[in-house]
Write a protein that binds this ligand. Structure first.
Ligand SMILES: Cc1ncc(C[n+]2csc(CCOP(=O)(O)OP(=O)(O)O)c2C)c(N)n1
Ligand SMILES: [Mg+2]
Length: 573
């Protein structure tokens, strides 16, 4: 511990960010951040390096999405500054997404204890009339953050901040919020430097993992389902080794958060998992918010469902009605590594089991290969058509985009086609850019670009979703901070997914008879590509399959030259 000179709350925060090894502060401005801005400017004036780097955002969803993308790519939680209750409300949809996806970040939102009575700490005339909310940012955020607290006393700033960081990083990971009154940002904070508290992973006991390993090894037909088990390469490696050891397929349910498993691996489960669930006698759910649908399935009587999750049974969600026989709570990556070790020991001790595993593995490879070949055949049939089919777009991107491309998607109705056709190129990474609420795809992609400046980051986004993202704010940030990305709009000219329940429940109804689908309409279709021009970017619209390749190539070339690019692809819905 080190004593330091008296500082105000803004200066104290800057010191704390550095102690916590924060790389970026993503700020949506509010004038009461003055003490922090002044501290940052002072640091620069005296020639210190700018740590952390300050990024000014023109929308709260952008600030939160940047932190989310940066975490997804690096595993490092960042600071998000939001302007009091109004800013927390504006960013709430994205913070809720981080909560759903177990993405840690520390949201700081100022409030004010006084409203101008004390001229020393007067936040401004806008506070009593426009900005103050009863209960402040803490009350507003409680339903979508893991932990929220207001700093009550300058002496608590340091310990409260350290707690906010620790709680965010500790499993189950998630966003935390600390409300810091302007009065404390301005006040003198007694400052003793703390050390960074590491959130060591919480893991399952060895006996539990041994028991689970035995069940998996001895099952006749085990399968694995994952949605978000593998954020890092090490986690992908261990899940791959586990699947290969057991001869088990890995199905990625619906719209996975990460690329959990090579999509070209012969054991990557193809097709809907529901088709094969009834035959399984053991299901390992490794990180999934909802592993199959509908939830109530007639499993075999002896089937064991093992749920490995940071927080099994999802205490923060309204539903977990899925059959569950074993829960393994704690850090998924660490638990998977240990599970693999125990499974390997089990097999070493019972080598006669290898024959069964080999047969299982062969059977799954044949199953997956057959499905994959039928999908590829479907793409070929669309080449001759006049309009671009989504499968053709994804195939083209798979062939054209350079090795190492990072895909971030905010794709809805075409999600299955994307999964089937885009990842033929093994070197692509993939992160999902939204968690239920539309509007975070492009901010997430920009956060990933910050983390991986040398790589091509491509955001695939639906035309409807494009309207929910903070577009001027995001494209402005890309321009301001030199973060060129390629945005490909998968433009089926409407909210196509919004017709699903009409088709399912009212097949003979007036909507289908008259073609008057009220909920899917985006008319007239704007020329989205022109938006890029306002931000000195490159924009192009393409409608014909024959012109797709060169349009994408021009988009990639523009990004390589440092410009953001929007390629609007008109698709056959
Ligand atoms: C914030 C938010 N508002 C509305 C919705 C409901 N919603 C889900 S998908 C969707 C349509 C998205 O349109 P698009 O991106 O074009 O995808 P498509 O349905 O055409 O595949 C809507 C409105 C939502 N999930 N989140
Ligand atoms: Mg659409």
């Amino acid at each position: 511990m080190e004593k330091s000179t008296p500082v105000n709350g803004g200066e104290a925060l800057l010191e704390l960010f550095n102690i916590q090894e924060i790389d970026f502060v993503f700020c949506s401005p509010l004038s009461v951040w003055a003490p922090l801005w002044e501290a940052l400017a002072k640091q620069k004036e005296i020639g210190k390096t700018e740590t952390p780097r300050y990024i000014n955002c023109r929308h709260e969803i952008l600030a939160v999405g940047l932190a989310s993308g940066y975490y997804k790519a690096t595993g490092r939680p960042q600071i998000v500054l939001l302007p009091t209750g109004v800013g927390v409300l504006n960013g709430s949809m994205a913070i809720r997404g981080a909560y759903q996806e177990r993405v840690p970040m520390i949201v700081l939102a100022p409030d004010s204890v006084g409203f101008g009575e004390n001229p020393e700490f007067d936040p401004g005339a806008e506070w009593p009339s426009l900005l103050g909310d009863l209960g402040g940012p803490v009350r507003i955020s409680e339903s979508f953050v893991k932990w929220a607290k207001e700093v009550k006393n300058p002496r608590d700033l340091i310990s409260d901040f350290c707690r906010a960081c620790y709680f965010a990083e500790m499993v189950p990971r998630g966003p935390t919020l600390l409300s810091v009154p302007f009065d404390i940002l301005m006040d003198t904070v007694p400052f003793t430097l703390p050390s960074k508290l590491k959130a060591h992973p919480l893991v399952a006991p060895a006996d539990t993992l041994k028991e689970i390993a035995r069940i998996l090894v001895q099952s006749e037909n085990p399968i694995i389902i994952s949605e978000h088990a593998c954020r890092t390469r090490e986690e992908v490696n261990v899940l791959t080794k586990l699947a290969e050891l057991l001869g088990t397929p890995v199905f990625e349910f619906f719209l996975p958060t990460y690329k959990n498993f090579s999509r070209n691996h012969p054991l990557h489960g193809k097709g809907p998992v529901e088709e094969i669930l009834k035959d399984a006698d053991c299901v390992l759910v490794a990180g999934s918010n909802a592993p199959w649908h509908p939830p109530l399935i007639d499993f075999q009587r002896n089937c064991n469902v093992i749920v490995m999750e940071e927080d099994p049974l999802r205490p923060r969600a309204p539903y977990w009605g899925y059959k569950t026989d074993y829960c393994v709570a704690g850090d998924l990556g660490s638990n998977l590594i240990e599970l693999y070790r125990h499974a390997k020991n089990e097999i070493n001790n019972a080598p006669q089991i290898l024959k069964k595993i080999e047969q299982q593995s062969k059977r799954w490879k044949t199953y997956n290969d057959k499905k994959r070949k039928s999908w590829l055949k479907e793409t070929k049939q669309t080449q001759a058509e006049e309009t671009i089919h989504a499968s053709w777009l994804f195939r083209t991107l798979s062939e054209l985009l350079p090795n190492g491309t990072i895909i971030v998607d905010e794709i809805i109705a075409q999600g299955n086609l994307m999964m089937q056709h885009l990842f033929q190129n093994e070197s692509f990474s993939h992160y999902r850019g939204m968690a239920g609420g539309l509007g975070t795809g492009i901010p997430t992609a920009l956060g990933i670009k910050l983390a991986e400046p040398e790589k091509l980051v491509v955001c695939l986004i639906g035309d409807g979703s494009f309207s929910y993202d903070p577009i001027p704010a995001s494209l402005g940030l890309s321009q301001q901070y030199n973060l060129p990305i390629l945005i490909v709009i998968c433009n089926n000219q409407g909210f196509v997914s919004q017709t699903w329940n009409i088709q399912k429940y009212f097949p003979q109804g007036s909507t289908l008879k008259t073609g008057n689908f009220l909920g899917d309409v985006i008319e007239p279709t704007p020329d989205y590509s022109k938006i890029a021009l306002a931000f000195d970017g490159y924009g192009e619209r393409v409608e014909n399959p024959g012109k797709l390749k060169s349009a994408v190539e021009r988009g990639v070339a523009a990004v390589k030259k440092g410009k953001l690019a929007v390629v609007d692809v008109i698709l056959n819905p």
